[in-house]
Design a protein around this ligand. Sequence first.
Ligand code: CP
Length: 378
Amino acid sequence: MTTKTLTPEHLLNWHSIGPDGTAGPDGMDGAAGPDGKKAWNWCLRRALAYGGHRIPSNTTSASDKKIALVFFNDSLRTRASMELAAFQLGAYPLVVTPGSGTWGFAWNDEPMVGGEAEHIREAIGVLSRYSDALGVRLFASGTDLEMDRNESRFSAIMKASSVPVINLESAFWHPCQALADAAVITSHMAGETQERKFVLTWAPHPKALPTAVPNSTLLMAVRLGMHVTVARPDGFDLDETVMHAATAEAVKSGGSVSVTNDQAGACESADVVYAKSWGGLGRYENPEEEADERRSHASWCVDESLMSHTNDAVFMHCLPVRRGVVVTDSVLDGPGSLHLDQAEYRVHAQKAILEWTWGLAESEPEAADVHKTSEMNG
Ligand code: CP
C-alpha cells in the first residue's frame, strides 16, 4: 500500500466527469484539480474489484479515521451505504442530521437575530475537527437556479471545512451514485460499454425533483463511451452547462449525446434504459406551475411496451422509485432490472472513494479486476 499525503482538497467536483475529466462543468472548476479523472478511474476499478469479491470486503486500513456524515435531506441508501462503507474499512461514521437534534444553522452574513443558534461556519468547522472527512447531502433549493447551478451552499460548507468533503448529493450532482452506476454498467457489459446505446428517460412524478441524478448520469454514461439519448417532453431540458459538458466529454470518449421528445424512438435498440424524474428548469422559481404538465405526461411511465423497443435493455433507477408512476411493477420486478445492484454498488463505490480520499489507495487495482476499463477514458 502506498500512502498519499492528505490535503484538505474538497471533493465536490469529484463527480468531476466534466469536459476533460479534470474539473466540473463551467462555474464548478477547481476542486478536484488534475486528480479528478485519475480518481474516477481508480475508484471505478476498485469498486469493480469489491463488487466482484476479488478483494476482501472488510479491512482495518482506515481504523484511525472518522467521517462525519451530514444529512440536510432524507436518505436511505446513501446514509446506510456510507455507514457500511466506513465500517467495512474500520472507520467510524458519525452521523449528523441538521434539524433533528442539532441547533438550527444560519447561512448568511446577517446578524443572527432569528431562530438559528449556530452558523454553518462553526458547525462545519467543529465537525472538521472531529473527523478526517465530511460527507454532505444538501439538495437543491429547487427555486433559485443560479444558486443551485453554482452550488452556493455546498461551496460554503467546503469553505468552512478543513478536511475533504465528499458530495453525497448536492444541488446539481450525485457523484457517488454515478460511480456506482458506472461500475454496475461496466460489470454488466463485461467492460464493453463503448458505443452501446444508453437512454436517459424523463419519467412522471408528482413533485418537481432536482436534476442532480440526471446530470451526473448523463456525464457518467458519456464518459463510458456510450451513445446517450436524453428523452424528455418538451420543456424538460437539462441545464445547458451540463449538456455542454456532456457534449465535450463525448468528443473525448467516442460517445455521443442527443436529445428527443420521442421516448419510444429513443429506446429503439437501446442497451440501457435509465429512468429519472426531474422538474423543468424554465419554471424553476414556481415548480407548482408545471404540476399539471407533469401529470399530462403520465404515459412516460416505463412499461413493457416501451422496453419491447429495446435491444433487450436493462432497466436502471437510482431509487427511491414510485411504482406505477415512474415504472411498472413488471419492468421493475423483471430479470432485466439492475436497481438493487445499483444500491449494492453504492457500498463498493464509496469504499473506493474513502480509500482514495484518505490516501489508502493501492497504486493500481489488479488489471484482471476491471475487464477492459483500463483502456477506457485514458
Ligand atoms: N439513490 C439515493 O441516493 O438514495 P437515497 O436518497 O435513499 O440516499
